[in-house]
Design a protein around this ligand. Structure first.
Ligand code: FE2
Ligand code: FE2
Length: 255
């Protein structure tokens, strides 16, 4: 029996099915991109508010607030050198600036005190880790979840002598180990009410002397091996205004 001639109709039927599938895939992609953009807009609005709070929390004025933007970018640089994925590096850049948001709960008289703190004041200051983690917890945003982890763990020491939990070594999440180091690096280069800024050579010496005690020695090695890059990144960001846009648009300097 002769095979019926299906002619151009069957060809165009196949073509139209493929075309319809392509259209459906393209519609799905557009919908996904719209949802992703909307999610990012919502997340940015929340982050913008959190960044404002974090800058007030740590410094009570705007002039030192760029520190929190620098911490985000420096944390990303260290995460990249440690070999972490691009998406995780971006997440830590957005999350790290919120590390000290719990300082909102510390009274001005204590936070801005030029002299040494009493025991009670020290306890109040140390609570900022748990307060910050509490403020940032409960969100579905991956950035805010990471920020909560950082807030809770950025004062833990590699040898277990830190607070609030006395975690040791790799018990401390990598995010907390990274932020502990870049926070120390950046804040020592700033004038504070209780001391003038340190010079870079002195800062690097202090970091090396704390390797394995306060800081993860692998991360210290990476930072010291790339010291000019970290100094250039810190100085490049300088005193840029605090904002989600600055953090989102950040591009690494060439190494
Ligand atoms: Fe802190
Ligand atoms: Fe800080």
């Amino acid at each position: 029996m002769q095979t019926p001639y299906l002619g151009d109709d069957s060809f165009s039927f196949e073509e139209s099915v493929i075309g319809a599938l392509r259209q459906a895939a393209s519609d799905q992609r557009m919908l996904y991109e719209e949802l992703r953009d909307e999610f990012e807009r919502q997340e940015d609005a929340g982050l913008q508010m959190m960044l404002r709070l974090a800058s007030v929390a740590e410094f009570r004025n705007d002039e030192s607030a760029a520190h929190i933007v620098r911490i985000g970018c420096l944390a990303e640089e260290l995460a990249r050198l440690a070999g972490w994925s691009s998406s995780w590096c971006t997440a830590i850049r957005m999350a790290a600036p919120l590390h000290d948001i719990g300082k909102l709960a510390i009274a001005d008289a204590t936070l801005l005190k030029p002299g040494p703190l009493t025991e009670a004041e020290r306890v109040a200051v140390n609570r900022h880790c748990e307060v910050g983690a509490h403020l940032l917890s409960g969100s579905t945003s991956p950035v805010l979840k990471l920020a909560a982890e950082i807030a809770r763990t950025h004062h833990e020491h590699f040898d277990g002598s830190g607070y609030p939990q006395g975690l040791q070594g790799r018990e401390i999440p990598l995010s907390g180990r990274i932020v502990a180091l870049v926070d120390f690096f950046d804040v020592l280069a700033m004038d504070r009410c209780y001391r003038p800024r340190y010079g870079d050579d002195q800062i690097f010496d202090m970091i090396v002397s704390r390797s394995g005690r306060q800081f993860d020695p692998t991360l210290v090695d990476l930072l010291i091996a790339n010291a000019p890059h970290f100094r250039a990144t810190r100085d490049h960001i300088g005193n840029k205004p605090v904002g989600v846009d600055i953090l989102r648009r950040y591009q690494s300097l060439p190494r």
